[in-house]
Design a protein around this ligand. Structure first.
Ligand SMILES: Nc1ncnc2c1ncn2[C@@H]1O[C@H](COP(=O)(O)OP(=O)(O)OP(=O)(O)O)[C@@H](O)[C@H]1O
Length: 278
């Protein structure tokens, strides 16, 4: 499993704060996977993302992109921010222009992409995310879910190799969440490595193929969803819930679970129930 981004013993404190937001953090983001980063409020997930795009620099330790330590030179940071896209939890922090079209084209102009190419790429990404009819609508007229899509479009249009998403489904309704997850799967199938910070253990369990758990600025667990959610006690002590599907799975008669792996989504669970109660 090759590593795209790595932190080696990274520590960082915000100027106004006494506590370390990151405390000798050691973790790796595997290339090509869908990784979920879980952890209670304040465990350091967003701070890690800001380190990954070089907005903050470690007070000690190193951040490595493709096995090379970041030097934080201007040219390198410019390239890094094209390779690593960050979608903030709150789209208001990200959307600075008046309309989705202006916002999506802004990053391309900064990257000195030729004008015909800008138009082509902006129109394509707005279409992909179902935003074409809103391209010239003032952003303050959009719903939160639509703003989240615009923020995602503005990052995706730059064709990053690694996409970091901070709580992308927070405050979305079930249908919008489902649509976003489907879109993320399409993005992943194009070869983009995805990392999602989330509090939603049901989503982490069904969506991710690799999970990192953070606590007090450290990575305290890593593994596949099956490995991570096996240890309910450890998760509880970290303030994280067990996915509902696993509780339901445990409630099934033992004989029906023998030799079958626990379902990762509702549709697999329903199929299993139909077999059990046939
Ligand atoms: N701008 C800031 N100024 C001072 N302290 C901050 C700032 N941003 C974060 N912190 C502190 O750094 C620590 C890590 O915060 P961070 O936002 O990275 O956690 P998180 O895991 O993303 O939390 P959440 O799940 O609530 O988004 C917390 O103790 C937080 O209070």
């Amino acid at each position: 499993m090759s590593t795209l981004l790595e932190t080696i013993e990274v520590s960082f404190s915000y100027p106004a704060s006494q506590t370390k937001a990151l405390n000798k953090l050691k973790l790796r983001i595997p290339e090509g996977k869908k990784t979920a980063i879980c952890g209670h409020n304040g465990s350091g997930k967003s701070t890690l993302f800001l380190q990954a795009i070089g907005i903050h620099t470690p007070s000690s330790g190193q951040v490595l992109w493709k096995n090379k330590p970041l030097t934080y030179e201007r040219k390198e940071l410019k390239q890094l921010r094209q390779d690593v896209g960050l979608v903030f939890q709150d789209p208001e922090q990200q959307l600075i222009l008046n309309t989705p079209y202006e916002d999506v084209t802004y990053g391309l102009r900064n990257a000195a992409v030729p004008e015909p190419e800008i138009t082509r790429r902006a129109e394509a990404i707005l279409l992909t995310l179902g935003l074409e009819h809103l391209a010239h609508t003032p952003i303050h007229h959009l719903s939160l879910g639509q703003k989240k899509r615009v923020a995602l479009a503005g990052v995706l249009v730059l064709e990053p190799k690694l996409l970091l998403l901070d709580e992308p489904t927070a405050y979305l309704d079930r249908i919008s969440e489902q649509q976003l997850v489907e879109e993320l799967d399409r993005i992943h199938s194009r070869g983009i490595t995805l990392v999602m910070a989330t509090h939603d253990m049901n989503l982490a369990y069904s969506w991710a193929d690799w999970i990192l758990v953070m606590d007090r600025g450290q990575c305290v667990m890593e593994g596949t969803p099956a490995e991570i959610f096996k240890d309910s006690k450890a998760l509880n002590s970290l303030g994280l819930d067990r996915p509902m599907l696993l509780d339901l799975w445990d409630a099934l008669p033992e004989a029906s679970r023998q030799g079958v792996s626990a379902p990762r989504n509702v549709s697999d669970f329903t199929t299993l129930l139909q077999k059990v109660f046939a």
